[in-house]
Write a protein that binds this ligand. Structure first.
Ligand SMILES: [Zn+2]
Ligand SMILES: [Zn+2]
Length: 318
């Protein structure tokens, strides 16, 4: 009997905490979360050397769009929630573009985000703004934690538990292993384009700053604002057990991610807007891929299912 007890494998741990992992998290935080802030300040200072022109605007918007779609369509809708199936080439392209955003390697990002959905706004949620105490001070603390500070050090979700499907995908594992190289590529390409267009080193530095670091800064703060702000303020058309909200006004800027209450209510849906008139550029890309035969099995929720989840006015009973 005793042997049987000893031989029984330990239950699989859902999160891992070790000094080594926390060291990596601190390094990642400094390199990809703090450095873009400094890079943005440097970009403004560099305007004295090189003006902000069409090249800088094109690099900033172009790379923001490419990497932002990589995150929302690839990291989030495809890999985390499996809302559609994509051709292998599309999987790799989206994973690489998402990696360039500097928000973590694809498999870790997915594991963290699945944990966010599992524990939304409860103990265990990696980035809830609602667990830092009550009152104004609690709200400010919660906002700072969920927007930015949680990334300094957090429990690492065990990918064996949270992403068993992804660690079996060899292409994706290979992309994830090269994560730092993809971020570097996302900095090198705009620098190269900036240098070639302007035929000067100033053009290259300007391209690196605007198409690289400022672009990472802008996209990060947009994504983080969803973690923080849209678990605090906004509309709640659907019942869901956490405090997620919609912020329709930010739909274009967030490429559709700001339909966050819709998303928590129907995480299996490739469309976050749910209705054609709610702007959702991420879903437009999925539809375009579907038209081109590169995406299939879109799991859009039925009107009945949506009706059943509708939030009822306060006081009304079902
Ligand atoms: Zn999600
Ligand atoms: Zn959320």
């Amino acid at each position: 009997m005793t042997d049987a007890v000893i031989d029984r494998p330990e239950p699989r741990r859902k999160t891992i905490s070790s000094p080594y992992i926390h060291k990596l998290q601190r390094r990642h935080f400094l390199l990809f979360d703090v450095a873009p802030i400094l890079g943005t300040a440097a970009a403004v200072a560099f305007l004295w050397v090189h003006p902000f022109g069409w090249t800088e605007a094109g690099l900033l918007v172009g790379f923001w769009l490419l990497t932002g779609l990589g995150v929302t369509v690839g990291y989030h809708r495809l890999f985390t929630h499996r809302t559609f199936k994509a051709a292998p080439s599309v999987e790799v392209a989206l994973a690489v573009l998402g990696s360039m955003a500097g928000q973590g390697a694809v498999i870790s990002w997915v594991a963290l985000h699945r944990r966010h959905h599992e524990f939304s706004d409860r103990e265990g949620d990696p980035h809830s703004p609602n667990l830092s105490g009550g009152g104004f001070v609690g709200a400010v603390k919660g906002l700072a934690h969920s927007h930015f500070l949680w990334m300094r050090r957090h429990e690492y979700p065990n990918v064996v538990h949270y992403a068993p499907d992804l660690i079996k995908n060899r292409r994706l594992v290979r992309v994830a292993r090269l994560y730092y190289w993809w971020v570097a590529l996302g900095l090198a390409v705009p620098a190269l384009i900036g240098g070639l267009v302007d035929l000067s080193w100033q053009g290259a530095v300007s391209g690196l700053l605007w198409g690289g670091l400022v672009r990472i800064f802008v996209l990060e703060h947009i994504v983080w604002a969803i973690n923080s702000g849209l678990h605090m303020v906004g509309t709640r058309p659907y019942e869901s057990r956490e405090n997620s909200r919609n912020g329709g006004i930010f739909a274009l800027l967030t490429l559709g991610e700001s339909w966050h209450n819709n998303h928590h209510a129907f995480p299996e849906s490739p469309s976050f807007g749910l209705d054609w008139y709610r702007l959702d550029p991420g879903f437009w890309l999925i539809r375009a891929l579907q038209t081109g035969g590169l995406a299939s099995d879109l799991k859009t929720p039925s009107p009945e299912r949506r009706q059943a989840r509708r939030a009822r006015p306060a006081g009304a009973e079902s």
